[in-house]
Design a protein around this ligand. Structure first.
Ligand code: GSH
Length: 204
């Protein structure tokens, strides 16, 4: 049995739970209060979350952390969603590594600044984070502008789409623009059976 630990404010947890719900992967879900000090979080979470962060997936006798590593594990296990063969998995991995270093770096910080308040360090980094986002979202926009439906160019959505969309569904809270091809791609993801916003999906 699988148990996923997450929090409604975590786009990293969101991408994993959204994928599991759309892919129909049976699992339990437990919310961890990430605003509590780390040593006050549930013992099982403290034991297995090696970096102290959500998401954490307990899967049988194994534990998995880091949202993109969890997605790779699930694609491998299902043999679907990019896990069909080595080439499709590598196409996904390429976007997963890009996401962790680009969109998954700037957008969470831009959103945190608006949603939770700022401090001197975040204000100092703000121009750089904004420029980073503009550059990164244009990479996605240009990629999607060739008419592809899903980011790797596959016929069906893959874990790469789920990885990239997690924080983009919070774009309004970060006060950033989402250009038209990216917006249309998000709408396609929103149209998948099982889609819900993070605030619904991770609250239960
Ligand atoms: N690179 C990690 C990022 C995970 C992460 O930053 N988790 C945040 C929530 S979005 C968290 O658990 N923060 C609470 C803490 O660090 O104590 C991933 O992709 O899973």
């Amino acid at each position: 049995m699988k148990t996923l630990f997450g929090h409604p404010d975590s786009g990293h947890a969101y991408k994993v739970r959204l994928f599991m719900c759309v892919a129909g992967i049976p699992h339990d879900y437990e919310q961890v209060d990430i605003f509590k000090p780390r040593d006050e979080r549930p013992a099982i979470f403290r034991k297995y979350a090696v970096y102290g962060e959500v998401p954490l997936l307990l899967d049988g006798d194994r534990c998995y952390v880091q949202s993109n590593a969890i997605l790779l594990h699930l694609a491998n296990e299902t043999g679907l969603w990019g896990g069909e063969h080595a080439k499709s998995l590598n196409d996904c991995a390429q976007w997963l590594f890009w996401e962790a270093n680009k969109i998954g770096l700037c957008l969470p910080q831009l959103r945190a600044r608006k949603r939770f308040g700022s401090d001197d360090a975040l204000e100092a980094a703000f121009p750089w984070l904004s420029a980073r986002y503009t550059h990164d979202i244009n990479v996605l926009e240009n990629t999607l502008s060739d008419g592809r439906h899903w980011i790797t160019g596959s016929v069906l959505p893959t874990i790469a789409d789920f990885s990239l969309c997690g924080y983009l569904f919070f774009a309004d809270e970060a006060d950033v623009q989402v250009p038209k091809h990216v917006a249309a791609w998000l709408k396609r993801i929103q149209g998948l059976d099982g889609w819900q916003h993070a605030y619904q999906l991770l609250a239960t």
